[in-house]
Design a protein around this ligand. Structure first.
Ligand SMILES: *Cc1c(COP(=O)(O)O)cnc(C)c1O
Length: 261
């Protein structure tokens, strides 16, 4: 895994930070074991899907900054206690989190770091262009929150057919991020690239990247041979059968997406 980590690191400018995605049990390899190894190798940031994954890491001595991608209201207090930084993707979650910080922290503590997610076309979570004016006003009035980073997720960095769309998403992100940054008094990190993005769009590395599946040895076809296998799942085949041909409707999310585009 560290070989793979260094492979991606070597593609980046020395000053570009790396956030490693250790969500979903670190893609099945064990969150704590992976996080601890990465911490030893001075990873800048870790990201988990849910607060309880982050709490587990903190309880085991992981001190690296951790972003939580799906912060849920009932875990806000714990997140603050364990210093787990939320992805903020809506006004509702922003006010709720701010209220928790206000309630829990005493007056002389510094504002709590948050990460703003922009929706630039994936249409999963995030603020849209129309939200920016209100977002800026709310940030200016907030004594309890500090924007640590602004980011978005690119939907198709691994697919040449979507390169045009990737460029479009990046441009939209830059415009949105600039519009927010010009109202902030401090530096914020910006990040958009996942593993295949690091390989295919190094010019979009900004100040941080988010490395996930690449750590586990899955790369773009042209680089696959330079990565090392991290884990194997082996089984025995019970039976091999021939089945009559049938019409199958293939509707993975991506194929559906391409079809409507
Ligand atoms: C999982 C995830 C990544 C990492 O993607 P890979 O393709 O596994 O590198 C990056 N960003 C977000 C928001 C993610 O959820």
């Amino acid at each position: 895994m560290i070989h793979n980590y260094n492979f991606y690191k070597a593609k980046l400018k020395p000053e570009t930070k790396i956030m490693c995605m250790v969500k979903a049990f670190a893609y099945g390899s064990g969150s704590y074991e992976v996080a601890n190894t990465l911490q030893f190798h001075r990873v800048d940031y870790l990201a988990v899907a849910y607060a309880d994954e982050g709490i587990e890491l903190r309880k085991n001595g992981i001190t690296v900054p951790i972003m939580v991608m799906n912060p849920q209201e009932q875990s806000f207090d714990k997140m603050i206690e364990y210093h787990l930084e939320p992805e903020i993707y809506s006004f509702r979650i922003m006010s709720k989190f701010s209220e928790s910080v206000k309630r829990i922290r005493t007056y002389n503590q510094s504002p709590f770091p948050i990460h703003l997610k922009m929706d630039t076309g994936m249409h999963r979570l995030g603020f849209e262009e129309d939200d920016l004016n209100e977002l800026v006003v709310r940030l200016k009035n907030s004594k309890h929150l500090k924007v640590e980073s602004i980011f978005t997720h690119l939907a198709g960095t691994d697919e040449a057919a979507l390169d045009f769309f990737t460029q479009e998403q990046f441009q939209r992100f830059k415009d949105m991020s600039d519009a927010i940054k010009k109202h902030l008094q401090h530096n914020v990190l910006e990040h958009v690239l996942n593993s295949s993005g690091i390989s295919r769009f190094p010019e979009m590395q900004l100040s941080m990247v988010r490395l996930g599946i690449g750590l586990h040895g899955i790369g773009t076809p042209s680089e696959q041979r330079q990565l090392l296998n991290v884990a194997s799942l082996k089984s025995t085949i019970s039976q091999i059968r021939s089945v009559k041909k049938e019409k199958v409707l293939v509707t993975t999310e991506r194929q559906y997406w391409i079809a409507i585009k």
